[in-house]
Design a protein around this ligand. Structure first.
Ligand code: PRP
Length: 177
């Protein structure tokens, strides 16, 4: 039960804000004159995207996609499907995928391949967090915020079984009670 779950803060809201500012500066430098399409994978990335784009003061578009990767709980179901695809044509466009976490890498690998088939001019990946201890597929993260330890994390959009997305910071589940 969520009321019994023990959480410890890994990254405060202030620490996350500094990281988002850095990533925004890097993205601005590279995409200023490219009118990129930022594609966010729902749901976990919605908070990160909202903070990120408000620091980008140049033309860009935003698209959403929804994939299924995890079932209920903490382990990947291993099978990935496109639940809702992007709505715009990205052929010839500069595309930046915005993710909240790269865990096994299976989701990102699947989604980048899916987007590559749509023939964008360029395709890069930005992820707020990476958990290298869990890597199954090595993914090149072009813009990486934070490396996280081998713990299940929640908050700042990231859930555990749909709980804790609302937390302003990133916390680790230490004990499930
Ligand atoms: C999370 C996260 C990534 C994926 C990473 O999404 O947003 O898309 O898992 O895991 P992987 O590297 O092991 O594939 P999740 O399926 O939990 O959905 P959500 O964003 O709706 O919470």
């Amino acid at each position: 039960m969520s009321s019994e779950v023990k959480l410890s803060v890994l990254f405060t809201a202030e620490e996350i804000a500094v990281v988002v500012e850095r990533l925004a500066a890097e993205i601005r430098r590279d995409y200023l004159d490219k009118n990129p399409v930022l594609i966010t994978v729902l749901k976990g990335s919605f908070v990160f995207l909202a903070d990120l784009v408000r620091q980008l003061d140049f033309p860009l578009e935003i698209e959403f996609a929804q994939l299924s990767s995890y079932g209920h709980g903490k382990e990947s179901a291993g099978k990935i499907k496109v639940v809702q695809d992007i709505q715009c044509d990205i052929k010839g466009r500069h595309v930046l995928v915005v993710e909240d976490i790269i865990d096994t890498g299976l989701t990102a690998a699947f989604f980048l391949k899916h987007l590559k088939e749509k023939q964008p001019a360029s395709l890069k990946l930005c992820s707020l967090t990476d958990k290298p201890s869990r890597t199954q597929v090595k993914i090149n993260i072009d813009y990486l915020g934070l490396t996280v330890p081998d713990k299940f994390i929640v908050g700042y959009g990231i859930d555990w079984d749909e709980k804790f997305r609302y937390l302003p910071d990133i916390r680790a589940i230490e004990d499930e009670g």
